[in-house]
Ligand binder design. Structure first.
Ligand code: FMN
Length: 230
């Protein structure tokens, strides 16, 4: 072996090294698409794909914020999506220009979105005028304290501004099963959270199934946004 090595000229050795390096780089090129098992081994972020999903809550006392958190968690599961979770009071309308998907939610006040949401909507005139949100993917979420307290109506009311802005709405599709029959909502992610019995009582939260459906919805909207973007 050593003899063979010594026999090689510098030019031979250079050629051989070049072949090895070239083969290595060639393999790397394909590694970006498939591993040997045929599975994608390079994630979207590594391939430079990163779209922004905004999840915005208009929560008065924290209940809707908890539900929104589950939606944001679900959206974060989608490879290639960066999720920004904020209150509608914290977000500057211009920030939404960067979004590919926007999911906003509110609690219900007598069957309508609460004043925080109304104030937020009133700031979106410039975005509408310039068509800045057109084509972005949208979803909604809502909470009330009673089963027939208007939670579906709030979802519908939250969708209307999205339609004015020319956004593409994602319904809350999922498996047809008992959980969704009881806690699902075709218009968005929702939770019916009973009012606390006293001011000292810990805050009531969405139940596990409502949280799970919210996570699934966040994932669904983010996936749709990513696909539409590509
Ligand atoms: C002024 C007011 C009106 C409300 N109206 C309704 C209602 O019509 N139906 C209902 O089920 N809950 C109603 N609620 C309860 C809230 O929608 C519910 O507690 C919600 O989960 C609060 O969420 P938040 O803490 O994120 O604001 C009302 C609450 C307030 C303060």
């Amino acid at each position: 072996m050593w003899y063979l090595f010594c026999e090689q000229t510098t030019e031979d050795r250079f050629k051989q090294n070049f072949k090895v390096i070239f083969s290595f780089l060639y393999c790397l090129r394909f590694q970006h698409i498939y591993s040997l098992t045929g599975k994608n081994i390079v994630n979207n972020f590594e391939r430079g794909i990163c779209v922004k999903i905004f999840v915005l809550h208009g929560s008065m006392f924290g209940h809707t914020e908890v539900l929104g958190n589950a939606i944001a968690d679900g959206a974060k599961q989608v490879d290639g999506c960066e999720v920004i979770y904020k209150s509608v009071e914290e977000v500057e309308p211009d920030e939404l220009k960067d979004a590919v998907g926007i999911i906003w939610g509110s609690s219900g006040i007598f069957g309508e979105p609460n004043p925080k949401m109304a104030t937020f909507f009133s700031k979106l005139g410039q975005l509408w005028f310039t068509g800045a949100l057109q084509g972005k993917v949208g979803g909604v979420f809502a909470t009330t304290s009673t089963q027939h307290g208007g939670v579906e109506n709030i979802c519908r009311a939250l969708q209307t501004p999205m339609q004015h802005h020319g956004m593409v709405l994602v319904s809350n599709a999922g498996p047809v099963n008992a959980d969704r029959a009881q806690y699902g909502n075709p218009y968005g992610a929702t939770a019916v959270i009973p009012v606390e019995t006293s001011q000292e009582a810990p805050m009531n939260k969405p139940n596990d199934t409502e949280m799970q459906i919210a996570r699934e919805y966040g994932k669904l909207v983010a996936t749709a946004a990513l696909k539409l973007h590509q």
